[in-house]
Write a protein that binds this ligand. Structure first.
Ligand SMILES: [Cu+2]
Length: 285
């Protein structure tokens, strides 16, 4: 049998490293090619700007630590390969306590920063905003439906006895004058509309199982839970169309539970409200 030499080992190691590097580069390149971007989707919500800032701070800090530790590791490996004997320390209290405390301090700072952002994002500030509106968004297998208060800004009462999945999916009470101009949009037929530069409160719920309202461009992801109302607050800044992806495995059609948000400039939004007032049947916009 042929002896495996030190040289063979080194050559195999080099080939392996090259292969792993190639796979990594190919993976990143094909992802960039497929998504046509190499970083996060463009941010279009003023409320979420602090999320991206913190994300970058954490990314850079962790990146520095990553490069330092991997560099050190490589250096030790290189050095050890040249020394015939391994050195051994049982412990170093000073070193261990230093890196434990330093890591704890850095992580605590991240947690406090994150918690502050979480608090501002989950505290209703609509009253303080100059322009604000509310939209109810319901998830169901496998699409989203939205209800708007209409030009009067008041949601009508709802009652399960009035629910008709074709003509009145929200069960808007026909006897309540506030509900006459409510607007219902079937998200499987057209986009869910939102005004630009408004503070929008999205009240989420579900008709069947748990779904999750995920709009990457707005940096929001919140579960829509049956029998419960959860809220997210967004401030879309750029008119355009943005994807809603259900982020909770909700059944066989989960993969297709997509929708769109269309952010309209203020004047178009007002016109849209007038045009669609009283549309309860969830027809396309
Ligand atoms: Cu879903």
């Amino acid at each position: 049998m042929q002896q495996v030499t030190e040289r063979d080992n080194r050559r195999a190691g080099a080939v392996m490293t090259l292969l792993i590097g190639l796979v990594l580069v190919a993976g990143v390149a094909s992802t960039v090619y497929a998504t046509k971007r190499w970083w996060l989707p463009p941010l279009v919500s003023a409320a979420a700007a602090p999320i991206d800032r913190l994300f970058n701070i954490i990314m850079v800090s962790i990146g520095i630590v990553f490069v330092l530790t991997q560099g050190l590791l490589a250096w030790f490996v290189w050095k050890a390969a040249r020394s015939p004997r391994a050195l051994y320390w049982h412990e170093s209290k000073r070193l261990e306590s230093t890196w434990t405390v330093a890591t704890a301090v850095i992580l605590t700072v991240f947690i406090v920063m994150g918690y502050q952002i979480w608090l501002t994002l989950h505290t209703p500030t609509a009253a303080a905003a100059e322009k604000s509106t509310v939209v109810e968004v319901w998830g169901q297998q496998f699409f989203w439906t939205a209800r708007y208060p209409g030009p009067d800004g008041q949601f009508g009462k709802t009652d399960p006895q009035f629910v008709d999945f074709q003509k009145n999916p929200f069960g808007i009470d026909p006897n309540d004058p506030a509900g006459k101009d409510d607007i219902v949009i079937d998200g499987s037929k057209g986009p869910i509309v939102m005004p630009a530069d408004y503070h929008v409160t999205v009240k989420l719920s579900s008709r069947d199982v748990i779904h999750s309202f995920f709009v990457p461009n707005l940096r929001v992801k919140m579960d829509a839970v049956p029998g419960q109302v959860t809220e997210v607050y967004v401030q879309p800044t750029e008119p355009g169309r943005y994807e809603i992806a259900c982020a909770e495995l909700c059944g066989v059609g989960h993969f297709a539970m997509r929708g769109e948000i269309e952010v309209l400039p203020e004047t178009d939004w007002q016109a849209w409200l007038q045009q669609h007032a009283g549309q309860h049947g969830g027809t396309a916009q």
